[in-house]
Write a protein that binds this ligand. Structure first.
Ligand code: DSN
Length: 479
């Protein structure tokens, strides 16, 4: 659309002036956020820039409607338009991913994962128990049977990738609800290669016998073989649940195909819609027909009323993801990650697993004498936005860490290609080489505070600005 930027400029200018008349600080923060995003090298692997049509779709009165339940079966009257919105989002999701069933309601990735877990518990634990006791619903259970069923939920097991190996909090981490509602055991990565060792994983699964085997990651820079995961799940009688929040865009864009595409192997696949998929903040579930009725209980069992305006934006983003342009984008995300990794390695930066074959590059910064937290701060001062992250078996724990996670989805959306990512790698390496731990009051090296020699932050910002100006964010959008 040729005049999209002009239309958006006019729409947002007017919208911000209306907001300003009610609460000027919010209008100001909104303007400032655009300025900040435009002026920094956004390398957070889980962030992106949604399109203007996606952003515009979120700012409407679809937000005002309650619609608990599912399409055509709501607990509120007057839901016909939300029914349309949800059905269109689900249709695009099914067709894009080739899934039997799609559920567009989860408000976030954690919500999506919780719905998946309760759907698995409902299908595999609650349903057979009700059948055995001749009960139709849990309302028909005696108090004693109800207590026993609740205890049975607490005896179930989940096995996912450990946080320090790249798994997500919701994959059974003890400080997350998933680690408290399930007995959990995690699998890590091979200490030499940093890769998933499927034989070791199989041996652990055989011993632990989880109800749910979780595959997927937040900080693992490699592809997963879902056919092998399925084989292992089948061998131990587990349900295979895949969290593809990070790499959904690479699945949608057909960069991950065959055994690297979880749809068709997993019983349930969860994703967020805002990372590599480049949609609005939110969650989405895909499943086999078998799991559909259990997932449909998501709201109100786990979720509050669906966000009509966000489901609408998911539908728009999923429609975008079905275009050839999105496939080109997804391939560029993966190609750019390779380039970035190679350029960093050439500058002597240690990479977990030695490189990448997805959109994530995980730097082990310990060789520079700083913690992940110090590296994150130094890079931010220089206008490079990243996030610190544990590396496998991290001696600095999850707060300070020894790693920095970076990713290519956002800058690829701005139009960065190989040349730009080589330059970005150089800027990162220069900042890391210059960073030094500050000294604590006790005279020891700090794990938190970092020093950068004069001028380096300014020089890096200036070099970044050239790259950013040449690849503007929302070109033509003027507030
Ligand atoms: N916060 C997301 C990420 O950064 O990967 C996961 O929840």
């Amino acid at each position: 659309m040729a005049d999209l930027a002009a239309t958006a400029s006019s729409v947002y200018r007017q919208a911000l002036s209306v907001i300003e008349s009610v609460e000027p600080r919010i209008a100001q923060a909104t303007r400032q956020e655009l300025a900040d995003q435009r002026a920094s090298l956004k390398l957070i692997a889980s962030e992106n820039y949604a399109s203007l049509p996606v952003l515009m779709t979120m700012g409407t009165w679809l937000s005002d409607k309650y619609a608990e339940g599912t399409v055509g079966k709501r607990f509120y009257a007057g839901c016909r338009n939300i029914d349309t919105v949800e059905a269109v989002a689900a249709e695009h999701a099914r067709e894009l991913f080739g899934a039997e069933y799609a559920y567009a309601q989860p408000h976030s990735g954690i919500d999506a994962n919780l719905v998946a877990y309760w759907a698995i518990l409902a299908k595999n634990i609650e349903s057979p128990t009700l059948e055995r006791l001749g009960a139709k619903t849990v309302n028909d259970l005696s108090e004693a049977d109800w207590e026993e069923l609740r205890a049975e939920f607490g005896r179930q097991r989940v096995m996912g990738m450990s946080l320090d190996a790249g798994g997500h909090l919701t994959h059974g981490f003890r400080h997350n609800i998933s680690g408290k509602m399930f007995q959990q055991h995690s699998y890590g990565t091979d200490p030499e290669t940093g890769l998933i060792d499927y034989d070791a994983l199989r041996a652990t699964a055989r011993e632990f016998k989880p109800l749910i085997l979780v595959a997927g990651y937040s900080a693992y820079p490699r592809r997963v073989n879902f056919a092998k995961m399925r084989e292992i799940a089948d061998e131990v009688g587990a349900t295979l649940f895949v969290d593809m929040a990070h790499f959904a865009g690479l699945v949608a864009g057909k960069v991950f195909t065959g055994e690297e595409n979880p749809v068709g192997y997993a019983d349930i696949v969860a994703t967020t819609t805002h990372k590599s998929l480049r949609g609005p903040r939110g969650g989405l579930l895909l499943s086999t027909e078998e799991y559909a009725p259990f997932i449909d209980r998501g709201c109100p069992m786990v979720l509050g009323g669906p966000l009509g305006h966000v489901m609408a934006a998911k539908a728009v983003a999923l429609a975008e993801a079905r275009t050839p342009a999105f496939a080109t984008y997804a391939q560029a995300v993966a190609d750019n990650a390779q380039t970035l990794a190679e350029a960093l390695a050439a500058r002597g930066v240690t990479l977990v697993t030695g490189g990448t074959d997805n959109h994530i590059v995980l730097l082990d910064v310990s060789g520079f004498g700083v913690t992940g937290r110090q590296a994150e701060t130094a890079l931010l001062e220089a206008g490079i936005v990243t996030n610190r992250n544990s590396v496998p078996r991290d001696p600095n724990g999850a707060w300070y860490t020894s790693g920095v996670r970076i990713g290519t989805p956002a800058l690829t959306s701005r139009g960065f290609g190989a040349d730009e990512f080589v330059q970005v790698a150089g800027l990162i390496a220069d900042v890391l080489a210059a960073a030094e731990p500050a000294t604590t009051k006790a005279g020891t090296p700090s794990k938190a505070n970092v020093l950068l020699p004069a001028g380096i932050a300014e020089r890096t910002r200036a070099a970044a600005a050239e790259l950013l100006d040449a690849n503007p964010l929302y070109p033509g959008l003027e507030l």
